[in-house]
Design a protein around this ligand. Structure first.
Ligand code: PMP
Length: 425
């Protein structure tokens, strides 16, 4: 591979000089196998091309934003049309009201919307809204759950101070007793319970939400007057055309969304019910780009496709096809291969693989066969994928499992993930 990724290597060298650490955040490939490209040139439908011209079926979907395919023509046409009329202006367009109407029409618990740009904007606003509503400070949230990169929730504490994370109590997701204990510890100071729609932490198996946990979270909020926040930034509209916990019959007071709302154009939102309207109106939140009209035009078109097409049924069926096919092929190759979480947002981990050396080998072999998978983060399916794409991925997997079987005894330790074997999981 060394001689074929020369543009990527060149860009990495240049980046190391002008970008701290060479790359930052979730799109840094620092914790991926060495052959993973860092830089891409284009995306189309379900595929991406790296800067060295290699094409991949993309099971990361930009870490979620790609729901209908890169460059989806109707969505991008709406975007470009509005760009011609005006985008970042001195005030919003009528699209903002239409979009709030569309979302409150689709999401059962929602009576209002505040738009922003990144998921972190929305989750941070939810925290502020809950504190304004209750005039209390403490937030209960699950250990290991990601809610963004602001000082109150960022997983790597460098540069943050203890008071950034003050007034938070962590519980174990799906563990009712631990949730109850955390709420008891908060005493009369509970402002909010935050919950991911399902357990989608990195490096470990994903888990469906236990309905008893979701119901208890709702009851505890009702009893204490705290607000229940479902953070649907990652899973929104991939599981249901409503807030994800509506599948459990549990409605939050606030929900946070981002990622695929405008199919890759930057938009996020906090949705809320009437109970929190006054508090939401009282907080000062804004941003220079939060009112951009072109993104809202793209979002309206994305929401229309969500309502009017069978995208959800199709990606669900594709997820099932992928899961069944991988199950069959991994068993045939003799591997304990765990596929967890919803089929449309799968995570793959091998049994007996503490430093992910099997996962790294498998992922690299998939990559060399033109399929971009992730060895420790959940992946995403998009509606531009076809059955033929999934079958191609299954062929690639058969080859990858075969190579892994031959090499498994000789795999080198993955030094960069040694922290996992040291018990960080
Ligand atoms: N919440 C969840 C559940 C997320 O997955 C993410 C992003 N991965 C965020 C919040 C933060 O979103 P953003 O990166 O857009 O700020």
């Amino acid at each position: 591979m060394a001689q074929t990724n020369s543009r990527d290597r060149d860009l990495r060298e240049r980046a190391a000089r002008v970008i701290p650490g060479g790359m930052y955040g979730h799109q840094s490939v620092g914790l991926l196998p060495d052959d993973y490209p860092q830089f891409f040139e284009r995306g189309d439908g379900a595929h991406i091309w790296d800067v060295d011209g290699r094409r991949y079926l993309d099971f990361m979907c930009a870490y979620g934003p790609n729901l209908f395919g890169y460059g989806q023509p109707e969505i991008d046409a709406a975007y470009v049309r509005q760009l011609g009329l005006g985008d970042t202006m001195t005030g919003p367009t009528a699209l903002m009201v239409e979009l709030a109407e569309a979302l409150t029409g689709m999401v059962t618990h929602a009576d209002w919307a505040i738009f922003c740009k990144n998921g972190t904007d929305a989750t941070t606003m939810a925290l502020t809204t809950a504190r304004a509503h209750t005039r209390r400070k403490t937030v209960v949230r699950a250990k290991g759950a990601y809610h963004g990169a602001a000082p109150w929730c960022v997983p790597r504490p460098s540069g943050t101070i203890d008071s950034d994370r003050a007034h938070q109590i962590l519980c174990d997701y799906n563990d009712v007793a631990s949730l109850e204990a955390a709420v008891a510890q908060a005493g009369d100071d509970l402002a909010a319970i935050f919950a991911a729609p399902f357990k989608h932490d990195a490096f470990i198996d994903q888990a469906d939400p236990d309905p008893a946990y979701a119901r208890r979270a709702r009851e505890l909020c009702d009893r204490t007057g705290a607000l229940l926040v479902v953070d649907d930034v990652r899973a929104g509209f991939r599981l249901v055309r409503d807030c994800s916990w509506s599948r459990l019959g549990v409605q939050p007071d606030l929900s946070t969304w981002g990622k695929c709302l405008a199919n890759g154009h930057p938009l996020s939102v906090m949705l809320g019910s009437d109970v929190a309207r006054k508090a939401a109106a009282s907080i000062y939140v804004t941003g220079s780009f939060w009112y951009q009209a072109a993104t809202m035009a793209a979002a309206l078109e994305t929401l229309r496709l969500i309502r009017e097409t069978d995208y959800l049924e199709r990606i669900t069926a594709l997820g099932e096809r992928l899961r069944a096919g991988l199950d069959e092929r991994s068993k045939a190759a003799g591997f304990g291969f765990r596929q967890t979480g919803p089929g449309v947002m799968p995570l793959f981990l091998f049994d007996d693989d503490p430093d992910l050396r099997k996962g790294f080998c498998f992922s690299s072999e998939m990559l060399s066969r033109g399929v971009y998978v992730h060895p420790w983060h959940n992946m995403f399916l998009c509606a531009a994928m076809t059955e033929a794409d999934i079958d191609g991925a299954l062929d690639a997997a058969e080859g990858a499992f075969g190579v892994l079987k031959r090499q498994v005894r000789d795999l080198a330790p993955v030094e960069k993930l040694a922290f996992l074997s040291a018990g960080a999981r």
